[in-house]
Design a protein around this ligand. Structure first.
Ligand SMILES: Nc1ncnc2c1ncn2[C@@H]1O[C@H](COP(=O)(O)OP(=O)(O)OP(=O)(O)O)[C@@H](O)[C@H]1O
Ligand SMILES: [Mg+2]
Length: 576
């Protein structure tokens, strides 16, 4: 069998590695570098240039040069160059092809199998899209593994005798991943993962760009909302992509420099022309203190996933023995400080933040190809999301759609779970099974993943004909949904796919009283809770309504809160 390579396909940079003599080794690109910028340029003649060579075209031909494409993985967006359209996966495939060709040259052999890493918090759709990119590059994708898990494999291989609780904090160019795991003599047991697929160094660059421009121009020119993503793609008089590329490069240089210096001087003469045709230059100094204040909100937002991952792993910060910092953005002093403050421990440099993920991918490849022994290193991973379906709860007073979890978040994978449901209506012959991802009891507040339609259900009174719904989540993090009529065995199944699924926040219902409008609902909620405590018949109904009301308050969804409040009032009146 041929060799398997490990690839870290990053937002900003990508790396490729494989196992040599029992240890992971990074393979250099054509320029002799271990780290390759994730940039692809498509020439007029269709010729493809990747990496450092492509990065040079960002300034001269930004119209046909692509960067940070990972953000678009699975989005269905189309990219254009020379009048031709490309999917993000096709561009990713060009990047993969280049990395593999570097390895082929270096190893002097053909390579057609790979392990590719993805953020732990990547959704099912994004994982499928990554696999697709690998296939388009002519590779058999043997495994998709989570980036922080890869880092843990790398650490685990060099610390085989250790028994430790580890937190991996991975902040790269485009994504944040937090993973808590237990390392026990070579067994890596992932306990929990949380993250944000839209947070990374790229966002810090854009904040700097925005702040600089804000100072130069009137605010109406800059209508772009940083938090929504790419100001480069905003419609604005700043359509001069070359100028924006110069600005972006300077912003990134500034950010990187401020990791080791107290200030950075921008000198961007004649950057672009303002509306009146006058040239605008940027000459100013930015201090680390200023930068810290600009990015503070985003950096602090990484605290919640750290705490949630710890809670899900049933650990507190004191239980942690090792904190692994992964990704280029963990070099930022205020990021390190936040991790230290949140976990009450100073993270040490235990792995190479740039190379560890690719090394881990190579280790996984080695385990698969047999060049490393599975007896030494065993890995279990989790599904970071709660997955389930929308089901009708038939209350005594009222019927309500609820989200019914089938696979709770942080279940060890692969996993297959089934539950029985009944058609809600008499003589119903079809049922649409809608899959959702999230932690809200109200499906509306979760992300809809897709559906399968089960037909041919034998007509019967409601509640008589059970339907079995099975969710299978495989080792690559891909979900399959199956629905079957129990009595006849008739079944449908689908790989659930959708576009643009985003991570939903986990709400702490205990904090509902702090929400706006909570005061008005308090007496009602108290009354309902008392009824439940008395063991009232309608307890189930009441609990669903209480949870959904608290959630609506926390989500500031007034309309929803009002509707549920009225329902709750109705149920309570029924009781008296
Ligand atoms: N010294 C530094 N100080 C601050 N930021 C840095 C430093 N070095 C690199 N970065 C930033 O780190 C990011 C790239 O990190 P990395 O290569 O780990 O990301 P990636 O793997 O491409 O992204 P992701 O894992 O999110 O897909 C870029 O935003 C880069 O500007
Ligand atoms: Mg990375």
């Amino acid at each position: 069998m041929s060799r398997i390579v490990g690839i870290d396909l990053g937002t900003s940079t990508s790396e490729i590695a494989c196992i040599f003599d029992g240890t992971p080794k990074l393979i250099p690109n054509t320029r002799g570098h271990l780290v390759t910028p994730s940039v692809v340029h498509i020439g007029e003649d269709g010729g493809i240039v990747v990496g450092e060579d492509a990065a040079e075209y960002l300034f001269t031909r930004p119209d046909c040069t692509f960067m940070e494409i990972k953000r678009l993985t699975g989005s269905g967006e189309r990219l254009r160059a020379h009048g031709k359209e490309y999917s993000p996966e096709e561009i990713q495939a060009m990047l993969l092809r280049y990395l593999v060709s570097c390895a082929e040259t270096s190893l002097n052999e053909t390579i057609d199998r790979a392990v590719i890493t993805v953020p732990a918090y990547f959704t099912d759709v994004q994982r499928r899209a990554t696999t697709k990119a690998g296939e388009l590059a002519g590779l058999r994708v043997e495994r998709i593994i989570n980036e922080p898990t890869a880092a843990a494999l790398d650490y685990g291989l060099s610390n085989l005798r250790e028994c430790k609780n580890v937190l991996v904090y991975d902040l790269g160019g485009g994504t944040l991943d937090i993973t808590v795991l237990e390392l026990f003599e070579g067994v890596i047991d992932v306990k929990a993962s949380r993250g944000n697929n839209r947070l990374g160094g790229k966002d810090f660059d854009e904040i700097i760009m925005h702040k600089l421009m804000e100072a130069e121009l009137s605010s109406d020119i800059l209508s772009g909302d940083i938090s929504s993503g790419d100001i480069l793609s905003q419609e604005s008089p700043l359509s001069d992509k070359r100028a924006l590329m110069r600005l972006k490069k300077a912003a990134e240089d500034c950010k990187i420099s401020l990791s080791s210096h107290e200030e950075y001087r921008f000198s961007l003469p004649f950057l672009f022309s303002a509306g009146d045709g006058k040239p605008v230059s940027i000459e100013r100094t930015v201090t680390r203190t200023e930068f810290d204040a600009w990015v503070r909100e985003k950096v602090v937002s990484t605290k919640e996933p750290m705490m949630t991952a710890l809670q899900d792993a049933k650990l507190s910060p004191e239980d942690l023995n090792v904190i692994l910092l992964v990704g280029g953005s963990t070099r930022i002093p205020c990021v390190k400080a936040l991790v230290a403050e949140t976990l009450s421990a100073i993270p040490q440099s235990l792995v190479d933040p740039d190379l560890t993920v690719a090394r881990g991918a190579a280790i996984q490849a080695g385990l698969l190809e047999g060049s490393l022994s599975e007896a030494d290193l065993v890995l279990t991973d989790v599904c970071p999301y709660t997955l389930g379906i929308a089901a009708l709860h038939r209350g005594v007073y009222d019927d309500r759609m609820i989200f019914d979890p089938i696979i709770p978040r942080n279940t060890t994978i692969p996993t297959e779970r089934s539950k029985l449901y009944h058609p809600a209506v008499d003589y119903q012959t079809t049922a649409r099974i809608e899959a959702y991802q999230g932690d809200s009891s109200n499906p509306e507040n979760n992300e809809r993943l897709g559906d399968v339609l089960l037909t041919g259900i034998p007509p019967a009174r409601h509640g008589k004909e059970p339907i079995e719904v099975t969710f299978s989540y495989d080792i690559n993090g891909i979900l399959q949904v199956k629905a079957a009529v129990v009595s006849t065995g008739r079944a449908v199944s689908a790989e659930i796919s959708t576009t643009g699924v985003k991570a939903m926040p986990v709400l702490d219902l205990r904090k509902w009283e702090k929400a706006e409008g909570a005061k008005r609902c308090r007496p009602l909620i108290r009354k309902a809770e008392k009824a439940i405590a008395r063991g009232d018949d309608l307890s189930d109904d009441l609990q669903i309504l209480i949870d959904q009301l608290k959630e609506a308050l926390l989500l500031k969804n007034e309309e929803q809160a009002e509707e549920i409040r009225a329902l709750l009032l109705g149920v309570l009146e029924e009781l008296t």
